[in-house]
Design a protein around this ligand. Sequence first.
Ligand code: NDP
Ligand code: HSE
Length: 432
Amino acid sequence: MTDSKPVGVALLGYGTVGEAVYRLLAENRHHFVQRIGGDIEVRGVAVNDASKPRDGVPAELLTDDAVGLVERDDVDIVVEVIGGIDYPREIVLKALQAGKSVVTANKALVAAHSAELAAAADEAGVDLYYEAAVAAAIPVLGPLRRSLAGDQVKSVMGIVNGTTNFILDAMESTGASYDEMLAEAMRLGYAEADPTADVEGHDAASKAAILASLAFHTRVSYDDVYCEGISHITAEDIEAAKTAGYVIKLLAICERIVDAEGVEKVSARVHPTLVPKDHPLASVKKSFNAIFVDAEAAGQLMFYGNGAGGNPTASAVLGDLVGAARNKVHGGRAPGESTYANLPLADFGEVPTRYHLDMEVNDRVGVLADVAQQFAQRGISLLTVRQEGSDNGARLVVVTHAAREADLADTAESLKSLDAVKSVNNVIRLEG
Ligand code: NDP
Ligand code: HSE
């Protein structure tokens, strides 16, 4: 833009995030004008039900025609905070193809269609920003894209879903029930419109795909991420973890691994994980997120902050909006996608993990040897074995060293059919 027309913004969605974006933009507009070096104006706000009044939004700005709004000539930047995949994909593509920059908080969309969206942005020479899509307020995509562009990232690991951390933390610290805390996370605006995405790990898997793509310069999609949620975690699991000196966290783990043939690969996975009580991730409470990045030259970096909610997410959306608006006013583009490394993706079965297994066994001579043999015959080495009496016989808690996930899973299955083993009560992976 070479003239002094205000940068026109289309805001798509006025829910938890959209409301906060609109309000903070209105409250701080004078700052944004200075930071952008030009004026900025919201041209319209698209919602599902445009007849419903929205506090602070003039009725003439409201529309249920998102496509029509995006196509207007006076719209330069589209902010998509509707959610979902198919409908926003259609609108975002339309916007990019029409030469409008896009800012989105929609991780499901980016993780499913990043190749197509990035290509459309490149083709049109516009910006596609999505800092809010991972860990809301925490600036982690910018550092991966820019600050660490001169380094080799080895791993990115952390808590990237506020809803599940909120639930697990409350169950651990107050004994609150799973259902009660899920309802509270929904009331506070942390959860997705369909909270299954949170509790089954899909939201974290989308974020893992985005983090792995940027960290390893390799296209990683949602479907490439192994994903297990927390809906099967019981109060008893949490109590057992506590007794053993751990907390349970839903972790996203993205790493470069070298397979048995010496081939470097990318692994991305999400699953409930035992973390020792003195590990920094164990102290991440409520809906906070924390992400560790390990890079060859930089060493370990930790990013911590608000991972969900209206204002924290709006902070990241507005940061992207200011960046895109600056580029509209002064020219230039944000760094685009870099997928040059194109590393192969590892099967989950070949990834090294560690297991914590808790089982009821018969209290008789030779049980320990029978159990240990199952591990030994698959080449899995044991870190600790603890046996204690229980009402039912004996309780055996085994912690392994790192081994191939497939071998560990196979061992856990085989233990269930051993005569000596009455039940395998808890099998959970362990980090740290
Ligand atoms: P909400 O469900 O609170 O809001 C969705 C908004 O989209 C509503 O205003 C709704 O309209 C509008 N909408 C729905 N369908 C259409 C349509 N067809 N056309 C136009 N508008 C439509 O979602 P959130 O604000 O929580 O989340 C939005 C996005 O931000 C999601 O992608 C989410 O993953 C992401 N995000 C959310 C975070 C959070 O903490 N909530 C954090 C980080 C990212 P109406 O009001 O009429 O129903
Ligand atoms: N539902 C998501 C969460 C919102 O709970 O983390 C932030 O992306």
